[in-house]
Design a protein around this ligand. Structure first.
Ligand SMILES: Cc1cc2nc3c(=O)[nH]c(=O)nc-3n(C[C@H](O)[C@H](O)[C@H](O)COP(=O)(O)O)c2cc1C
Length: 416
């Protein structure tokens, strides 16, 4: 058995030696700037997310983007076709630059802050809005971008003429060798390899890059396959496994098998710095294994893992694309709008309806009512102590980070 800790390893990125711990992006503002900044201060890598960026800046920096958009498109509220409900690209760039700029201004220490950009946020104009999001993040000085929730076959091309295209760190999240190969093939024209690849297995939180047969896959096998292929191709791209890495020992196992770093998230959902409301953090602590499910209610079409008692499930709220609309596809439609309209048509006189097959992800993520989580969430209660009133003690992000970095074996250091 190894007596090493994560601290015996370093990852080289951007000409720096970093602690090989990356905190994954968690939208909407679950991986806050504070969380990402803690990772950077401790010499690792943190992520902010640009999911629903206008909501984030309205909340944190007193902007009025959502109000402005809602006012503009109010008259579309009852129309099933939302193709006219467009994002103002100038405002989108402004909001992204504000979110990223403020975060980078506050950065201290030797680590890095990246942003998680999900392709599945199609925003009623997939290519145009993604181009703006990526470029604005680079303009505002982000250290790196992690391309997520999508194959991103054209994403490098959207920024290849940006002055920071070669100096910013660019990586992608994949769940299979095939997806990675496809990305490399389609991006080859830009003569730039990704600086890292996050390999996300089926135990991760958020959306999964697998079908409902996710349980048949395992992270270690996918990582091993990708490492073998990279070696055979003489490609030197750091591989970063993610999904279910719960202890320092789990991380060391991957680092000893050739991974460059690990990406972790679930352990940080119960920290003070995490953006979830404290009451929701208690739900994560309390969860038992049977309280967690992977379902197909996300309108993105990807399976998503969440707590079964998420208030979003079964809720029949009216779609609010005039205010948000982050999941509208290129035709101004969303699977929740279709499900909602069917439910209304089935019970036209009902005062309150329930929609069971899809959830209104924008509104419910915004309100922290969709409790997405990793498969190991039921173990969080073992990472802390109970307060006198029966609640679980929240942790500091520094405590969790250092537990991963320094604790040997499968133990978890409890807070004092
Ligand atoms: C609450 C939560 C929200 C997440 N949201 C996102 C997201 O918005 N984008 C993304 O690419 N990954 C998301 N993830 C996945 C994480 O970034 C990470 O890769 C994964 O959860 C790591 O596995 P672990 O949670 O078992 O440590 C989310 C994970 C959690 C727990």
């Amino acid at each position: 058995m190894t007596d090493k800790s994560v601290d015996d390893f370093r990852v080289r990125l951007g000409g720096r030696e970093l602690v090989p711990i990356m905190i994954g992006g968690m939208g909407v503002d679950i991986s806050t700037a504070d969380l990402a900044l803690t990772a950077a201060r401790l010499g690792g890598i943190g992520h902010i997310s640009d999911a629903m960026v206008k909501t984030i800046t309205d909340r944190r920096y007193d902007t009025q983007y959502v109000k402005e958009k809602t006012k503009l498109y109010k008259s579309h509220a009852d129309k099933p076709d939302k193709s006219a409900v467009q994002f103002n690209l100038g405002r989108l760039a402004e909001a992204t630059r504000l979110h990223v700029g403020k975060t980078m201004e506050a950065k201290r220490g030797d680590g890095l802050v990246f942003i998680n950009c999900m392709e599945k946020l199609t925003m009623n104009a997939p290519k145009e809005t993604l181009r703006v999001r990526l470029r604005a993040a680079l303009d505002a000085g982000i250290d790196g971008i992690t391309l997520a929730a999508g194959l991103h076959l054209g994403s490098f091309a959207l920024i290849e003429d940006h002055p920071r295209f070669r100096d910013a760190k660019l990586g992608i999240i994949v769940s299979s060798l095939r997806a990675f190969q496809l990305f490399l093939r389609k991006s080859a024209r830009t003569h730039r390899l990704p600086d890292y690849v996050v390999v996300e297995g089926p135990l991760a939180g958020g959306h999964l890059g697998f079908g409902m047969d996710w349980a048949q896959y395992d992270l270690a096998s996918i990582v091993a396959e990708i490492l073998r292929w990279l070696k055979a191709e003489h490609l030197d791209i750091p591989v970063i496994p993610a999904g279910g890495i719960f202890t320092g020992r789990d991380a060391v196992d991957f680092l000893e098998s050739g991974a460059a770093a690990v990406q972790v998230a679930t352990r940080f959902t119960v920290t003070h710095e995490c953006g979830l409301p404290d009451a929701v953090k208690q739900e994560y602590f309390k969860a038992k294994e049977e309280d967690i499910e992977v379902n197909e209610t996300s309108p993105t079409g990807y399976p998503m893992r969440m707590l079964k008692n998420s208030p979003a499930l079964g809720s029949g709220i009216r779609p609010n694309c005039e205010a948000y609309g982050y999941l509208l596809d290129a035709n101004g439609s969303c699977a929740y709008i279709r499900a909602y309209n069917l439910a209304v048509a089935a019970r036209p006189d009902a005062e309150k309806i329930s929609v069971v097959d899809k959830i209104c992800l924008c509104t419910h993520m915004r309100n922290f009512n969709c409790w997405t989580c990793g498969a190991t969430t039921y173990r969080l209660k073992d990472t802390t102590v109970k307060n006198a009133d029966g609640t679980y003690r929240l942790l500091s992000a520094e405590h969790v980070f250092k537990d991963y970095q320094f604790t040997k074996g499968n133990q978890i250091t409890l807070p004092r």
